[in-house]
Design a binder for this molecule. Structure first.
Ligand code: FES
Length: 329
């Protein structure tokens, strides 16, 4: 059965079938409600229901809510189903970058170790606006694969993707063995809400693997807007060979108030930290009360970091922003 979802105060509406979660129906209607993982892990789709009958799926992780939020009617939209017309309270939401489906031509593929930097050229005259930190879904052979946009919006009409090689991975195998400069791919976006807040708190920016991609976009945005908020970038990989674009780190440090820590799980050379990104945070921070934490990487790291930061290091849950990815074939 279909119901009407109203977003207040933006006065945006869409239809929602009760068999599907509210977030999925919003994205189908090309309304980019705030979200990240789409699987109930990151809390980015948390939203207050002010009117209507909404239930959450049995496996919803209620630890993601404070008691005040539960009392005020907050739900995870990626885990919620509407059983009547519903009103959602989303102050500040405007759907400013509507979701589009577009073709793009691969203009370059640069491979560095296990990572390919893929540039997509948009059709001439086609406007595609996005915020630094958002992602797109590549539509390939009838399936979707999500990749963060690694560049800050420019007038070049190009999108930058960082794609790690994954044996048997649908799109990563294609990038390594089938697609070439000139190949056409289709994508849907922009999606997600992993974007820079407007306040001036110092930032702990944590990423693993190609989680560097949205971080790069956000740092480029900060350079372009002369934003000198203190940033501590903590980037982890299994081995030193998994790091890429490291030549950018010193350039960013020249233009930003940026400190960089690199973590590897095994055999760290001089200058690298041994262990997980969360180990480094435990060693370096006693209290994150006055910070914002941005995290992009595998969902296990995101969950560990969220638990650590909010339960042991006094970080407010509202100051934790994440974009988690799950490797898919
Ligand atoms: S918890 Fe819903 S998008 Fe992550």
């Amino acid at each position: 059965m279909n119901f009407r979802i109203s977003i207040s105060p933006a006065n945006i509406e869409f239809d929602c079938n009760e068999d599907n979660n509210i977030l999925a129906e919003a994205l189908t209607a090309k309304i980019n409600l705030p979200h990240g993982c789409k699987s109930g892990n990151c809390g980015a789709c948390k939203c207050q229901v002010t009117n209507g009958d909404v239930t959450q799926e049995d496996n919803t992780n209620m630890a993601i809510f404070s008691q005040d939020e539960i009392d005020a009617g907050y739900v995870l939209l990626c885990k919620s189903h509407a059983h009547s017309d519903v009103t959602l309270n989303l102050p500040g939401f405007s759907n400013s970058h509507p979701i589009k489906t577009l073709p793009a031509k691969i203009s370059s593929i640069d491979k560095s170790g296990t990572t390919a930097i893929v540039m997509l050229k948009l059709p001439a005259g086609q406007k595609f606006e996005f915020s630094a930190g958002q992602y797109i879904d590549i539509l390939y052979e009838g399936q979707n694969r999500s990749y963060s946009l690694a560049n800050y919006a420019t007038d070049k009409n190009e999108l930058e993707l960082h794609i790690r090689y994954r044996k048997g991975g649908l799109f990563s195998e294609a990038v390594w063995s089938q697609l070439t400069v000139g190949s056409i791919v289709r994508f849907k976006g922009p999606l997600g809400s992993f974007t820079l807040s407007k306040n001036d708190k110092p930032i702990v920016m944590v990423c693993t693997g190609t989680g560097l991609a949205p971080v790069k976009a956000i740092l480029e945005q900060m350079i372009a807007t002369n934003n000198l908020r203190p940033v501590h970038l903590i980037w982890g990989n299994f081995t030193t060979e998994d790091f890429y674009l490291t030549e950018l780190l010193a350039k960013w440090q020249e233009k930003l108030n940026l400190r960089v820590s690199l973590c590897v799980n095994e055999n760290p050379p001089i200058g690298y930290h041994n262990g997980l990104v969360t180990d480094l945070i435990v060693n370096e921070y006693e209290n994150l009360m006055d910070y914002e934490v941005y995290a992009c990487g595998n969902s296990q790291m995101i969950q560990s970091l969220y638990q650590l930061a909010t339960t042991q290091l006094n970080l407010s849950a509202g100051n934790f922003f994440s974009d988690s990815f799950t490797p898919s074939k």
